[in-house]
Each structure stands twice: as structure tokens, then as C-alpha cells.
Design a protein. Structure first.
Ligand code: PLP
Length: 400
């Protein structure tokens, strides 16, 4: 069956990349083999040197993984994709492929904490310089670009405050200054259902596939998507030789199964999160809500331009501060007090003790994470039940 770019997202999520296999089975076969047999040296040489497609050793790929890679590349509009053993493996493999000592990276403090420490601490030890600026301020970006700048690394919406970057404007500035600057966008919060950074000019997209793409909270995985030559280097240099953080066939299969309902899940995440954000915004015990779908949110206009929906992530602050937050989280029943995001279940987490526990006070201040910040990943339960749980939990808040 031919899948074309103009087909609907749901059709593409189900069918893109699928291959007719030996048995004609509808589900993608799970091929757990570590090694592959050759007919002789000629065939081995052709595969090892990339003259014919094939598999040799599953750290470099397996047939189940290949279907997932083709599907994700198609959904993001990229030439190629490599799937990894975690989102952090995707981040690390991309950065290790693209950066060398003496290179400079511009990023934002509002990114996933471990990506921030990889860029700001660990890679610094290997001679990579990083500046963290407010990427919503394009003048700051222009001023930060140096002759050795090789990458702009961003998340939009950013973790955890959902900050919106104008991806197209950032790409225009970065590429205008130097064509060698790669704009890398972690699209985990938005997902390809809501946003395609490559279409906005980005060079590389990263995903924690652990989150919405798998969607069922039972697999850790990541992906890097972009131009075929770059992805080949990520696979063959970083993944095979540096991180070794490959994904297994079983996990690839679980993600493929989860993706059959990707569009349905995202429709519901978007609808539920907007309803919860509006409920919280109008609640007398809530001081501030961070959600790109709210008109009051500073990045709302840009989000409307570059996103098809606003996603399932939001954050908020309570008027009663930390004490109120503790009371609220203790009182939640349906909403599970847990980190991570993108699951079918609604998850609620405290910023400074849970999602950003290892950040210094200085960094928390720079990011804008107050001690009373609460982050939510709105699930796909019925929105009335999520709101009812939050309402009863807020009723039990006496602090403030
Ligand atoms: C935006 C973002 N990128 C990357 C990661 C890392 O993904 P993983 O946990 O799959 O390694 C996370 C994890 O929470 C994340 O939120």
C-alpha cells in the first residue's frame, strides 16, 4: 500500500513504514536476533560496506526497528531516523555526532534537566562551550552567535514551563549567520501530531519516544530524525561506537503497537489539557497556569502559528505556595503523583523535589521554577474525571 504525505496523520501513523513480510502477518514481526548469517564473504562485504541493505549485528539496527524508524521519519517529514534505547541516548548520540572540542552551542535554560547538564556540565569537560539564553528573545540569539557556534539546541514547548520558541525565526537567524549551524529541536512535548520542526527549518528533531509516541508508559526509547547523511553518522559513529545505546526488537514492536492509536491519543491529550488548563486558570487557589493553548500565555500567538494543537503538558503555581502544593498532591486520587509524561494516565509532579530535583537554586531561578511549581501530564481519561479529582484535591488545600 502506498502511503503519501497528503494522507491524514492517523493513516500515516498506522501504515507508514510497514513492510509486507514473509508470512504476510499484519503486525510487524519481532526479530530478536543479535547476529545475521551471510551466504559468504561477498554478501557480508556488501552489507558491511553498505552496498546492499541488510543487517549484521543488532546494535546497528534490526528489522522491527527499521519499520519504526521509517514511520517516525515519515511523520516528522525527515529523510531518515535512528531509534535509540532512550531519549537521553538520542540526545547524547546527536550531540556526540555533531560537536567537537572548541564548538559552541546556544540553548535555553528551559529544556529537560539531563539535556541541560549534558550540554552545560559534561560536554564542557570535553571542550564544548554552551550558552543558555532566553530563546524567545531573538535579539539575545543574534548577540549570542559566535564564529564557532555549531548548534542551537531547543525545546518548544520547553520542559517544564512550556516556553514557546519561534522555531522558524530561530532557524532563519541561525542559518543566516552561518549555514553550518545546526538547529536541533527536541519535539517530545509537542509530538509530530502537533508540530513538525523540520518543516519550520530545523535540521534535526529529537524525541523521547518513551513519552507520547509510545504512549503507554512501558518502554524507554528515543529517536533522532533529519538528513540521511547526518542520521547515518549518528547510527554508525555515536550509536555503534560511542554510546552503544541501541533499542531492542521487542521495545520497537511495543512502540509500533502503541502508535496505531497515536492520533486518537493526541486528540484526547490536546482536548483534555486545554480543559484542565482553563479549569485551573479560573480556580481561586491557583496563581498562574503555563499552557500554550491559553490566550494569557506569552507564547500563545507563536504556538498558534507553528502548532496544530497545544499538547498534553501544563504547569501551574498555587497561591498557598509549597505548603498548598503538598496538600494538593497528597489529596490527588485519580491523578498519580509521578514523574514522566505522555502516558494514558494523568501524572502530577512537584518541580523542585521531583522533575528538577538535581538543579541548583541558581538554575531553578534562571529557568523560572518557583518552589511551588507543579507540572502535569494530562492523560486520556475522561476530562470531567480529571477535573473532578483536581477540584476535590484543591478543596482540601487550606494553606495560603
Ligand atoms: C523533553 C525531554 N527530552 C528528553 C528526555 C529524555 O528521555 P528518556 O527518559 O526517554 O531518556 C525527556 C525525559 O523526560 C524529556 O522530557
Amino acid at each position: 500500500m502506498k502511503i503519501t504525505i497528503d494522507m491524514g496523520f492517523g493513516t500515516k501513523a498506522i501504515h507508514a513504514g510497514n513492510r509486507r513480510n514473509l508470512y504476510g502477518s499484519m503486525g510487524t514481526p519481532i526479530v530478536p536476533a543479535v547476529t545475521y548469517e551471510f551466504d559468504g564473504i561477498d554478501e557480508a562485504e556488501a552489507v558491511f560496506f553498505g552496498h546492499t541493505p541488510g543487517y549484521a549485528y543488532s546494535r546497528g539496527g534490526n528489522p522491527t526497528q527499521s519499520v519504526l524508524e521509517e514511520k517516525l521519519a515519515f511523520l516528522e517529514g525527515g529523510e531518515s531516523c535512528v531509534v535509540t534505547g532512550s531519549g537521553m541516548a538520542a540526545v547524547a548520540s546527536c550531540l556526540l555526532t555533531a560537536l567537537r572540542p572548541g564548538d559552541h552551542v546556544i540553548s535555553s535554560p528551559v529544556i529537560y534537566g539531563n539535556s541541560h547538564s549534558l550540554l552545560g556540565e559534561y560536554l564542557t569537560d570535553f571542550g564544548v562551550e554552551a550558552d543558555f539564553i532566553d530563546l524567545s528573545d531573538l535579539e539575545q540569539l543574534k548577540a549570542a552567535i559566535r564564529p564557532n557556534t555549531k548548534m542551537v539546541y531547543l525545546e518548544s514547548p520547553g520542559n517544564p514551563l512550556c516556553n514557546i520558541c519561534d522555531i522558524e525565526a530561530i532557524c532563519t537567524i541561525a542559518h543566516g549567520a552561518n549555514k553550518e549551524i545546526r538547529v536541533v529541536c527536541d519535539n517530545t512535548f509537542a509530538t509530530p501530531y502537533n508540530q513538525n520542526p523540520l518543516a519550520l527549518g530545523a535540521d534535526v528533531v529529537i524525541h523521547s519516544v518513551t513519552k507520547y509516541i509510545n504512549g503507554h508508559g512501558d518502554v524507554i526509547a528515543g529517536a533522532v530524525i533529519g538528513k540521511a547523511d547526518f542520521i547515518k553518522k549518528v547510527r554508525e559513529d555515536a550509536l555503534l561506537h560511542m554510546t552503544g545505546a541501541a533499542i531492542g526488537a521487542m521495545e520497537s514492536y511495543q512502540i509500533l503497537r502503541g502508535m496505531k492509536t497515536f492520533e486518537l491519543r493526541m486528540l484526547r491529550h490536546n482536548e483534555n489539557a486545554l480543559a484542565v488548563a482553563q479549569f485551573l486558570e479560573n480556580h481561586p487557589k491557583v496563581r498562574k497556569v503555563y499552557y500554550p493553548g491559553l490566550e494569557s500565555f506569552p507564547g500563545h500567538e507563536t504556538a498558534c502559528r507553528q502548532m496544530r494543537g497545544f499538547g498534553g503538558m501544563l504547569a501551574f503555581e498555587l497561591k498557598g505556595g509549597v505548603a498548598a502544593g503538598k496538600q494538593m498532591l497528597k489529596a490527588c486520587d485519580l491523578c498519580a503523583v509521578a514523574v514522566s509524561l505522555g502516558d494514558a494516565d494523568t501524572l502530577i509532579a512537584h518541580g523542585t523535589t521531583m522533575t528538577h530535583d538535581d538543579c541548583s537554586e541558581e538554575l531553578l531561578k534562571t529557568i523560572g521554577i518557583t518552589p511551588d511549581l507543579i507540572r502535569m501530564s494530562i492523560g486520556i481519561e475522561n476530562k470531567e474525571d480529571i477535573i473532578a479529582d483536581l477540584a476535590q484535591a484543591l478543596d482540601q488545600v487550606t494553606a495560603g
